[in-house]
Design a protein around this ligand. Structure first.
Ligand code: GRF
Length: 199
């Protein structure tokens, strides 16, 4: 029954490969959830294109559209409440979620980060910078982390992690590809766990 499905919003800014992996996993695994909104701060991005192709509502919401941070936060909250969103999944969303929204959805906002947190996380640690730092550190493994979002970057409670090796001769780009493949399995697994109430 669609009435029992959790209503999900996915926040994206980029290529949206995690969004795609989540979307397909929900269908293939028959998860009790439905992505009803793709919210992005960029109109031109792979995630928004994908959402449109699959008939998922898209919404452009950026701080630039508002006079104050407070107005931006209220608009985001209104959009989420109007659509009765139960859970928010950040998938390559390169903005900070306003504190008001985090407070309104405790343990209902989830993010994926391309390292084994708490290592290589925090403000400014995103994209290729993460993989550059991992290689520079000499670590022999990296991975991905799905975690709850709180007011501090990448500090919320960890839900699930999976690791990949860092191989001799890896560049940030080759490591990024390996980690991304790992993310595409991990995020659906974590969503499944959350939907089962196991976190
Ligand atoms: C992923 O590496 C994710 O961990 C990070 O941003 C990237 C998004 O990639 N938060 P995509 O847009 O899902 O392809």
């Amino acid at each position: 029954m669609s009435d029992n499905k959790k209503r999900l919003a996915v926040f994206c800014s980029g290529t949206g490969t995690n969004f795609k992996a989540l979307f397909h996993a929900i269908i293939e695994r028959e998860l009790p959830a439905e992505i009803v909104l793709c919210l992005s701060n960029r109109l031109q991005c792979g995630a928004v294109d994908f959402a449109r192709e699959y008939g998922i509502e898209t919404m452009l919401l950026s701080e630039k559209q508002f006079a104050t941070q407070g107005d931006f936060a209220r608009a985001m909250l209104d959009a989420l409440r109007e659509r009765r969103i139960d859970m928010i999944l950040l998938a390559g969303y390169l903005r900070k979620v306003p504190d008001e929204v985090i407070a309104a959805y405790p343990d209902k906002i989830v993010n994926i980060h391309p390292s084994l947190l708490p290592q290589f996380g925090g403000h400014g640690m995103y994209g290729m910078r993460v993989h550059e730092a991992v290689i520079a550190s000499g670590e022999n493994r990296s991975g991905a982390t799905v975690h709850f979002v709180n007011e501090e970057y990448d500090k919320g409670r960890i839900i699930m992690q999976n690791h990949v090796p860092v191989l001799a001769g890896d560049t940030p780009e080759t490591l990024a590809k390996r980690v991304l493949r790992c993310e595409h399995r991990l995020y659906p697994d974590a969503l499944e766990k959350l939907l089962a109430g196991e976190s």
